[in-house]
Design a protein around this ligand. Sequence first.
Ligand SMILES: Nc1nc2c(ncn2[C@@H]2O[C@H](COP(=O)(O)OP(=O)(O)OP(=O)(O)O)[C@@H](O)[C@H]2O)c(=O)[nH]1
Ligand SMILES: [Mg+2]
Length: 231
Amino acid sequence: MANEAHGRGEGAGLASNSLELSTSLERSVQTRIFKIIVIGDSNVGKTCLTFRFTGGSFPDKTEATIGVDFREKAVEIEGERIKVQVWDTAGQERFRKSMVEHYYRNVHAVVFVYDVTKMVSFENLKTWIQECNGHRVSASVPRVLVGNKCDLVDQIQVPSNMALKFADAHNMLLFETSAKDPKESQNVDSIFMCLACRLKAQKSLIYWNVEREDGKVRLNQEPDPKTNCPC
Ligand SMILES: Nc1nc2c(ncn2[C@@H]2O[C@H](COP(=O)(O)OP(=O)(O)OP(=O)(O)O)[C@@H](O)[C@H]2O)c(=O)[nH]1
Ligand SMILES: [Mg+2]
């Protein structure tokens, strides 16, 4: 009897375990991952911006990024849990050469960054856009422009109207912000959240995270032209 009772108990345990497993599997299968790459000259603050978004703080010290650093943040948009995977790329040519193909492969959105206190970093945006276009990034992949280091008010070289004109000409939204200034942290978040909202509406740009299975599955659905993006 004792064995029987024990046996029954085990069975119930198994059932609840498998229920838990399937629920967690379902949750993980349903998590979409959006790959967003952050591009721009060295020293413009790409690492600090991605750190601010994913970690909520400004790093005390950074070193030039070598290759790429990945940072992830789970966000919830209209009740859906989404993983925003930020690819913080190297600005220095020697540290990025071998990685460039990987940056652009299956990218969902691109963030171009310049430093508002360095005109040359703004002028170089043309080259970054050319590189991006050269890697067959589709026109439907959303792109935004970010002018960083706005806290250095006395040193600003790139006027807002010039940046806005450039952004308009390239069909991008412009964010002027500071990774350093804590008061700007919401603005930094909105760069990535705005892109995530747009991507959520584009059903073709979906990667499902099948954590317990081999790799990721790409779904080929038609894009949904309707967007709920608030920006
Ligand atoms: N004042 C100010 N300094 C910043 C800001 N963002 C970054 N910095 C500083 O700018 C320097 C470069 O920042 P990083 O984030 O490492 O630059 P990066 O674009 O990642 O550079 P690479 O990895 O070489 O491509 C660091 O000394 C940061 O502290 C900002 O918003 N304001
Ligand atoms: Mg960096």
